[in-house]
Design a protein around this ligand. Structure first.
Ligand code: ZN
Ligand code: ZN
Length: 148
């Protein structure tokens, strides 16, 4: 309720949010995390909610919103051992800061094609658009990303 009424002020209507599917993030066929994807029937705006494997569910219920000119994307951070992912708003030219599990702070710039610069080799970082991957699997394992 809270998120919907806050959003009312921004958009002029009360979002009618329905669940449309999930983006699965895999590490070489093993599920590492899921992004639940919701969409408003009225304005078609997407809302995302991350569920990372092995982490407790968040206590707060409510939808994060991103600016209207951004797209929901999934950032994956891939090492030889694991894949970490989170959803975020992105648009070409945006600077994204991210902390790897090992603690390294990274800063990327999103390209026109939603690639990330600079390229990193280990961990590997990739950005995937949520709208292109609903009810699909993103294969973000080290082997899959480096395989030619
Ligand atoms: Zn709406
Ligand atoms: Zn990282």
């Amino acid at each position: 309720m809270g998120a919907a009424s806050e959003a009312l002020a921004e958009t002029g209507h009360e979002h009618e949010i329905v669940f449309i599917g999930m983006v699965n993030v895999n590490r070489d066929n093993y599920l590492q995390g899921v992004v639940d994807v919701w969409r408003c029937r009225g304005c078609k705006k997407l809302f995302c909610d991350d569920k990372r494997y092995g982490e407790p569910l968040k206590a707060s219920v409510g939808f994060e919103t991103i600016p209207d000119d951004e797209e929901w994307a999934v950032l994956t951070c891939t090492t030889h051992k694991d894949v970490y992912m989170n959803s975020l708003g992105a648009k070409p030219g945006k600077r994204i800061t991210h902390a790897c599990r090992g603690g390294e702070a990274q800063e990327f710039v999103v390209g026109q094609d939603y690639s990330l610069s600079p390229k990193t080799a280990n961990p590997i970082h990739r950005l995937f658009l949520v709208k292109d991957n609903v009810n699909k699997n993103i294969e973000a394992g080290f082997y899959r990303l480096t395989m030619k």
